[in-house]
Design a protein around this ligand. Sequence first.
Ligand code: UD1
Ligand code: CA
Length: 470
Amino acid sequence: MRANESTPDRSADGWTAIVLAAGRGTRMRSRTPKVLHPVAGRPMLHLVLDALAAAGFDRRVVVAANADNGVAGAASPHATVAVQDAPLGTGHAVLAARDAAGDAERVLIVNGDLPLLKADTLAALAEAHCAERAALSFLTVEVDDPTGYGRVVRDAGGERVAGIVEESDTDEQTRAIGEVNAGVYTAEAAWLWGTLAALPPAPNGEVYLTDAVRSAVDSGCRVHAQRLGDETEAQQVNTRAELAAADTAMRDRIRASLMANGVTLVGPETIYVDAGVEVGEDTTLLPGTHLMGDTVVGRECEIGPNAVLRDMRVGDRCTIGGSTLEGSTVADGVDIGAYCRVRPGSVIEADVHLGTYAEVKASRIGARTQIGHFSYTGDADVGEDVNIGAGAITANYDGTSKHRTEIGDGAFIGSDTMMIAPVRVGAGARTAAGAVVTHDVPDGAQVIGAPARIREAEGESNELRQREEP
Ligand code: UD1
Ligand code: CA
């Protein structure tokens, strides 16, 4: 959550940003606070905070319903948390941020359920607010279906804003208005605190931030309404259906941006990429691919069809067929799958080949090592240029604890070898097909049998013939 080097620090100009996130979110029918529901894999609250940071709002306050719900926890690394002790409306919520906003000269206020807002839009509103010398500014947007939004009422000439009318207070005439309040505001702080404190509550007992518009107009203060060009940016999330709509819009935006940055998407509508994922130029994503969480994929890779990568670091020129990879690092030139599973904590070094049904967990696989067929490698440190045959397994769990297996550089693990951890197979060592390795194998040694013992006589070589192709 860091601003781009080139973005100005707006706190130097007296700005503090306030994110409203203390509502009950009853329309979601969820035990999870609304703003923590993810859109394109990232909690809405974090998407809003990302946009604020990218727009240069370095001082951020999040209004949460209490100090120890998930919202406060999710906000606290990135913002100051203010508590609104009762959900008495958006105007009341802004007042709850007053102490945390301290000596802010002006504030930018964002509803926490606007995951599609762009940093440029926030920056432009802040700049227009100052240029217009307004007491209060806000974003408006023309929508096809204004249901659920506050309607923007203008004077007869259509020039000046007269106020915002909430859905529940609309009459037939105002209900038909297509210009709505997007839920993003800027205001001179001293004026705002005084105005909000004096606002009478609405009939439902809530203090509406939107009523500050009429107060400003009535007292002759300048109000600036800034029109938003792109309706999708104003997509709010009150319901699960709106959550799905926001997710769809965000993923479309992400796909378009990947393509603009030189990534080929085959069947883009079948490809799901989370917010924040990075993909290098000339990489191709094939149908059914999911890139999730904190994932970075390098250049010239081919991913999919039907690959699932979560929290992965993938280098350049990798080929990853329909496999599931999580929480691991894959270096350049690696070839994986189809049907592999790489579980968290693994490091796959350059030019490794993982074939069909290879499972790897919390292991290092050294450069150029080949695990061509079904096998399990868990809690292992596998050296470079190792060949692991079909069906080979690290038996890492004794029923109580996990143990490590070490395989030295250039070792050859025959098909169906069981390595009973903790155990080490030395560099250049060979295990015969079906060997059950219960003791360390010295470098360069050959072992056979169950339990495996070192082969010494030359004449036994036929029995030892490995059935695995290198
Ligand atoms: C609000 C606006 C409406 C606008 C719409 C845009 C008001 C009164 N109405 O309506 O004009 O068109 O957003 O999306 O502001 N919150 C608190 N404390 C509260 C109540 C709400 O922190 O006591 C927070 C919520 O968590 C949410 C945000 O404020 O993130 C907006 O609240 P919400 O209930 O979604 O307002 P809307 O009814 O959508
Ligand atoms: Ca809302």
